[in-house]
Design a protein around this ligand. Sequence first.
Ligand code: AHR
Length: 503
Amino acid sequence: MNASATVDPQRSLGQIDRRIFGAFVEHLGRHIYDGIFEPGHPSADENGFRTDVIELVKELGVSTIRYPGGNFVSGYNWEDGVGPRDQRPERLDLAWHTTETNQVGLHEFADWCDAVGSDMMMAVNLGTRGVAEALALLEYCNVPNPTTRTRQRAANGHPDPFGIKMWCLGNEMDGPWQVGHRSAEDYAKIASQTAKAMKMLDNSLEFVACGSSSRAMPTFGKWEETVLEHAFDDLDFISCHAYYEEIDGDTQEFLTSAADMDLFIKQVVAVCDAAAAKHNSDKQIMISFDEWNVWYLTEWQKIEGKIPVDVWPTAPRLLEDSYNVKDAVVVGDLLITLLRHSDRVRSASLAQLVNVIAPIMTEPGGPTWRQTTFFPFSITSRLTAGESIPVDVECPTVFSRKANADVPTVNAVATLDEKGISLFVVNRSLTDAFDLGVDLSQLAGGRVLTLAEAHVIADEDLTAANTLTDPQRVAPEALEVAVGAMVSAQLPPVSWAAIRLTF
Ligand code: AHR
């Protein structure tokens, strides 16, 4: 089958914000403990961080890291995680029914972010806490002047402010599962008050309000409208969260997951722009897609309800999904979709990073390995620069139940920078290969294009995965590409591909 496209530079969405290649680290399961932090591990540095994990996070190409939750943040006291380690309290975490030892907190996490070369994006607790505690955290983190709190920061090893610019006002406050869950009106008020007060300390900050936990939430749309009605002036971003999984073996529907993300973004943008009109403002509220991934959530929900009430383990194996070829293709498609909306999606976080629904896995005392989903993220992050241009491919369509629409079987985006062009393409067909031809001549503007690299993720066995015992079963392979008047390649069924051409 044929699929063709002409890339129109007039459709450029402008410069891509590197913050869309963010990730998310939560105190959950073995993410922190036995994930990034394992003092006894042969690769551990002087701070107890696994350097093998640090190297993989660098290779993944993560720009910002959202911390410390997630559902965890809604019951968290940040003060428990600072000061001498032997004096830090152990606490029960209601979100994941575990015991938090607090051996890693703000300072350790900041040091780790330095080691991996990522910026911190901090969430405040608006579940069990409020304006005062958020202000105290901000003062501790960012204020250079000597105060009792900032002296405490210096005494704890960090005389210079951490300089955290992006702040999340709580987490998923629309979700009944959230500790301190609120109505949209109540949340909007506390989010507005918190952002206003924090800006009085530092008016250079950017704020992300909680949007909906998914497009399927019964309050979706109305929630965003209410939050923006009350807090429009205080916000820079509203969040979107979306997790996808294959349900009841319906692979075709799973492969169109990104159509739901596409619609989600369009609908939230519409609400943001309607709020701007109501406020007689030309301000564009941006989207922080600060949780997105494949997550076999229904498996977790089966287990969650059975956790005995008196069992509070420390760093148990939770949400350790193993990702296969289909999952990698869907993750690649979700990244294409974020890039196709890079004018309004200015921040995004793959949820999560290590062990917990993660591209990177570790074994205590043992090795680390890349899940299949690692590859589309690392390649897209590495090959993306400059501006983004959506590519509409002429091809057959496939029906997406979630989006309730016929959507293209081949989805694509191009990026353009001063050194060349990158093309990211996904084939959502279960059965058909596509001979893709893309006319990049207008984008190249007379410059000669040379193939630099091209990769494809595909496999006869769609369930193939990388595991502890077979860590290199799935990896990207070289894609054959012809560069002439058109850039041409064959895309196998259920595949994701990246092509880099230089001038
Ligand atoms: O990423 C796992 C969980 O998913 C997060 O803690 C929560 O915000 C979301 O429901």
